[in-house]
Design a binder for this molecule. Structure first.
Ligand code: AMP
Length: 281
């Protein structure tokens, strides 16, 4: 584990013409992780904590869309304007738009500092495309942490969530309150409730998760990358559980090998698991 310096993730948030504030030195092990779990299980918080502990970059597709919606240059592509409409309604942005964003940021995927992907992939099509991209770039996914939590708890978490629009820190009105009410502990900005955390959007997002994203659990189980973690309890407890599960899987479990194709006999190319219900990207 290495000590990290806070990276502004400029190349991820704004696109590859922007330069990140921290150019990573190659760490002893560049972790490449995906976080799965319904909206509200605390993936963003865990991503922040993993980022700090492992010295990797927090790559959130939701953050890319939120940054685009606040961008002052005013000019948005038609695809991005449409994507933001989907986001406000709590629906998934079309795979092709999301993929354009990822493809453009391929430098972040192969970055020697590693990453924690949060909010991507969200469909089988996206997961297959990511597998192909990583194989092409000769980098491998270490693990997919799947956070599990009962639905009632998820709804309570989402409706109390408050985020910092400036530094992206995540709080909860009752379970993880900031030191001063509605003010970010890290940068002092006023906290906000995300538009898609309103009750009508929450309903749509949970349904979307069940239909489109939950099948990824099986997808990653089949290629031997899945590590299940209970998301009950405090953020610190969940984090410790994540680290224990990750270490155990890496030392004794199916993740000993970095390349899933070495670990799982019989699985050839990543596209192998296509389910046939949607077209590849
Ligand atoms: P998040 O912050 O990850 O919850 O993302 C917020 C919203 O952005 C989602 O509800 C979607 O509308 C959109 N979004 C983010 N990532 C994706 C993705 N990988 N695929 C489709 N839509 C996405």
């Amino acid at each position: 584990m290495i000590e990290s310096r806070k990276n502004d993730r400029a190349a991820w948030i704004k696109g590859p013409i922007a330069k990140c504030s921290v150019v990573p030195d190659e760490p002893p092990r560049a972790w490449r992780l995906v976080l799965l779990g319904a909206p509200g299980v605390g993936k963003g918080t865990q991503a922040e904590m993993l980022t700090e502990r492992l010295g990797v970059c927090h790559l959130s597709t939701g953050d890319v869309f939120r940054a685009a919606s606040k961008s002052c240059n005013g000019v948005q592509t038609a695809a991005m304007t449409e994507a933001l409409r989907y986001m406000r309604e709590g629906r998934l942005v079309p795979d092709t738009t999301v993929w354009d964003i990822i493809r453009e940021r391929v430098g972040c995927i192969r970055c020697c500092g590693g990453f924690v992907l949060d909010g991507f992939p969200r469909t089988i099509v996206q997961a297959e495309a990511l597998e192909r991209l990583m194989t092409e770039q000769q980098v491998f996914l270490d693990a997919v942490l799947d956070y599990e939590l009962p639905t009632e708890e998820i709804v309570a978490r989402l409706s109390g969530r408050r985020v910092c629009p400036k530094c992206k820190a995540v709080f909860h009105a009752s379970q993880r309150p900031p030191r001063k009410e509605n003010v970010c502990d890290h940068c002092g900005s006023p906290l906000i409730q995300r538009e898609d955390d309103r009750p009508e959007s929450i309903k749509v997002r949970l349904k979307t998760y069940e239909e489109d994203t939950a099948p990824l659990i099986d997808f990653y189980r089949k290629i031997g990358r899945l590590v299940s973690v209970s998301a009950a309890g405090s953020a610190d407890e969940v984090f410790e559980r994540s680290m224990v599960a990750l270490e155990a899987a890496i030392t004794d479990g199916p993740l000993r090998s970095r390349d899933p194709r070495e670990a799982i006999i019989g699985i050839g190319r990543p596209g192998h698991l296509t389910r046939g219900h949607s077209d590849p990207l």
